[in-house]
Design a protein around this ligand. Structure first.
Ligand SMILES: NC(=O)c1ccc[n+]([C@@H]2O[C@H](COP(=O)([O-])OP(=O)(O)OC[C@H]3O[C@@H](n4cnc5c(N)ncnc54)[C@H](O)[C@@H]3O)[C@@H](O)[C@H]2O)c1
Ligand SMILES: [Zn+2]
Length: 182
């Protein structure tokens, strides 16, 4: 029989991590969640949507010992723990998101852990929700890229009028300007 794969989902109480957890459990994986239930994110405490078939560890990514324990017997890490939102806490962002991630990688290397893969989160910057410059049509507001296009490996953000690739430009903030297009 094939060995059951073991995943660590960091941030498994959050939006993306909880869906990743549900998917993995459905696919027959053994899953451990590491999440500190960041109070700014989980204002009402531990959310009810956390998958009951996953092991839940409440702990902080910034804590070395916590990470070391969470990494025990893990094959694949889905790294979705992050401090987000739009708060003016720059140092905390760097501490959780950058240092936390770097420290986790350092521990894997230092302890020579048999982790096969670390899947990191993408960035909101991939969404085409800003403005674009089309060579023909000037300032345009492309829609979200179609899944079919992404499946072809075409990542360009295309003009909603002529479908040619656009260049990303700062989104003007004049009221309603972007609402009038597309
Ligand atoms: N939601 C989106 O639309 C989106 C789009 C692109 C990229 N992303 C990225 O995906 C990742 C996850 O996003 P999300 O929307 O699921 O966020 P989220 O805030 O819903 O979930 C993040 C989880 O991480 C946990 N967490 C925060 N600090 C922690 C710490 N120090 N230790 C352990 N756990 C901690 C929180 O408690 C929370 O449950 C982020 O890196 C985000 O930038 C999200
Ligand atoms: Zn165009």
């Amino acid at each position: 029989m094939k060995k059951q794969e073991r995943a660590l989902v960091t941030g498994g109480a959050g939006l993306i991590g909880s869906h990743v957890t549900d998917f993995l459990v459905r696919e027959g994986w053994w899953v451990r969640i590491l999440d500190n239930l960041e109070p700014n994110t989980h204002k009402r405490g531990k959310p009810a949507w956390i998958n009951r078939d996953a092991e839940f560890v409440q702990g902080d990514l910034r804590d070395r010992g916590t990470i070391e324990n969470a990494l025990r017997d893990i094959d694949v890490i889905f790294h979705q723990a992050a401090y987000g939102g739009y708060m003016p806490e720059m140092a905390k962002y760097v501490h959780v998101n950058s240092l936390g991630t770097a420290q986790m990688l350092e521990i894997i290397r230092e302890k020579n852990l048999p982790v096969q893969k670390v899947i990191v989160a993408s960035s909101q910057a991939v969404y085409s929700e800003g403005a674009g410059e089309c060579a023909k049509h000037g300032l345009v507001f492309p829609r979200v890229r179609p899944v079919k296009q992404l499946q072809r490996g075409d990542w360009s953000v295309r003009c909603p009028i002529c479908n040619e690739p656009t260049t990303s430009v700062p989104t003007p903030e004049e009221n309603g300007l972007w609402l009038n297009q597309g």
